[in-house]
Design a protein around this ligand. Sequence first.
Ligand SMILES: [Zn+2]
Length: 293
Amino acid sequence: MEFYNKSIHTKAQLIKSILGSIEQPFFNINGYLNKHDLIVLNYHSTPLKFIDNFEKQIDFYRAHFSIISPNDLKNFYANKLESKKPKLLITFDDGLSNNKYALQVLDKYNIKALLFVVPNFIEAAKQKEYYTTHIRSEINRLIDSQQEDFTALSWDELKVIVANGHLVGSHTMSHTLKANTTNTEILNREIITSKNMIESQLKINIENFCAPFNSLLSVGENEMKLIIKNYNYFHSTFPGSNCLNKNSYFIKRFNVECFWTIPNIIHTLGHIERLRWRKARLSFERLLKASHP
Ligand SMILES: [Zn+2]
């Protein structure tokens, strides 16, 4: 993959790649990464044509981090997870069919990931239409171009993925949850029925939940109370450290994409990007405090 391909990378991504190139020599030695911390990455679509680039990203993580399994979250939050390097967890949102290629790379290195799936997307008769209506409306056809870039992993495919040691979480029932919903029928369906449905299909316990879009737009106090009651972990859309204000109901995640350059990833994990999300993190912490009984 070239450093900058204008049909794939945005101008912002080019700037991040340039800034990241400057930050690269200082990566891992400037204090924001320490062995007690956990970096959680959030991928979405992983088209086949970018899988070589994705593998380079995995090589980079393997060199700089101790990559943990989603099953290790329990020990991390119990302060029982020791590692020599900062810890890193890989998650995928939306459960797209093309995630199977990324998982093939992860399986090669025995890395376990967490996939957040949407039952209504899995069961939609017209999957492409469902995806572009409810999950992602802005599509760059040079990035996502194949059928599998718009369709969901099936229940049967997810069963094999789970058998391979990966974990699945709920990403709501329909990917349309809005913060401060008062309709209990909608709240129960999106947060509880989605969990029950995935559990009965895959025969596993679902402990991880992740809301769609910006967490402050999809989760308010009503939602958070129900999430706390029914899950052990909430994964947000805000990047940041997971050892500061450690709380399993506010897991900070860094959004990354499989076609990004390594310098772009470095910049995303760095100080500037974290600062940019400071206000959102504070707002979410306030929401969390208000939601606890
Ligand atoms: Zn999503």
